[in-house]
Design a binder for this molecule. Structure first.
Ligand SMILES: [Zn+2]
Length: 289
């Protein structure tokens, strides 16, 4: 065995996800475009600003439920009052994240544990806190992941640190269509044996920016490039997190010849160019071990 690599559901080698912030009115249009292309996104909601009546700048609870959650998209924490953790004392950061989480869970009747850092997030860090402190309290608050910003590139890698999940690019990055085409053309299985890792294309932004620049066609153009590919899984941030962490929970025998799946997910992996899937509770023997 040279290498074993995770594969996404149905053995797919790539995934695409979106992340849009602030629950602004324009998120309705973004969610609709994603629906049209059978794509999934995560919408990050600063719950203290949820509107009381339709037509305001922010969406109402009902609009979020009907147009985002009921369509299979994710709602994630974005701070009760949208405060950057790097600019707060830890106790203030804890309150903003925890109160948002509790509020969203009560409003929508589900467990919500994804997050996108509000405002400057962890990019600007005052001496009252540190990244290590923020990560530690988010773990204690049982937030599973937190999206940060910057570092746009065409590496298409999964995050090394779930509390610094860096998107591939903002939708207005001048290279994004070029990178999307590179991503679509990338044939993971034909790469050098050590490079056959799954790839992720992760787009983020604010839906109101499409109105501001009057460039909604840009979103359609991007989706047109990325959508309907047989080798690609279209998922929310949390679906990707849960699948990857389930894969990491697989239990192998010491010599690597047997594998047990203790999770509730069917999990796919490539073991030296043989594709396996292992069902929940199943133990498999691997060929040639
Ligand atoms: Zn925001």
């Amino acid at each position: 065995m040279k290498y074993r690599f995770m594969r996404f559901p149905q053995g797919k080698t790539k995934a695409v996800t979106f992340s849009y912030d602030d629950a602004c009115r324009q998120d309705l249009r973004t969610a609709k475009v994603l629906d049209e292309y059978s794509m999934k996104g995560t919408f990050n909601v600063n719950s203290g600003s949820i509107a009381e009546t339709p037509g305001e700048w922010h969406l109402t609870e009902e609009e979020i439920r009907e147009n985002i959650l009921d369509k299979g998209h994710e709602v994630a924490v974005h701070g009760l009052w949208h405060k950057a953790p790097g600019l707060l004392r830890p106790i203030e950061g804890i309150q903003d994240a925890l109160n948002c989480r509790i509020d969203l869970e009560n409003r929508f009747g589900r467990i919500i544990r994804g997050m996108a850092y509000p405002d400057s997030g962890i990019l600007c860090m005052l001496h009252t806190t540190s990244y290590e402190k923020v990560k530690t309290y988010l773990q204690d608050l049982e937030i599973a992941y937190a999206r940060t910003l910057g570092h746009d590139n065409n590496q298409f890698e999964l995050p090394e640190d779930w509390y610094q999940w860096k998107p591939t690019a903002h939708h207005d990055n001048s290279e994004i269509l070029k990178w999307a085409k590179e991503f679509v053309e990338l044939d993971v299985e034909s790469q050098y044996c050590a490079s056959r890792r799954v790839k992720l294309f992760y787009v983020w932004g604010h839906s109101f920016e499409f109105d501001g620049k009057n460039n909604w066609e840009h979103l359609n153009e991007l989706c047109e490039v990325l959508a309907h590919k047989d080798d690609t899984w279209y998922a929310t941030n949390m679906e990707i997190y849960e699948y990857v962490t389930a894969y990491e929970s697989l239990v192998f025998s010491a010599d690597g010849s047997r594998v047990y799946n203790p999770t509730l997910f069917e999990i796919w992996f490539d073991d030296d160019k043989t594709l396996y899937s292992i069902k929940p509770g199943e133990t498999l023997s691997l060929v040639g071990k």
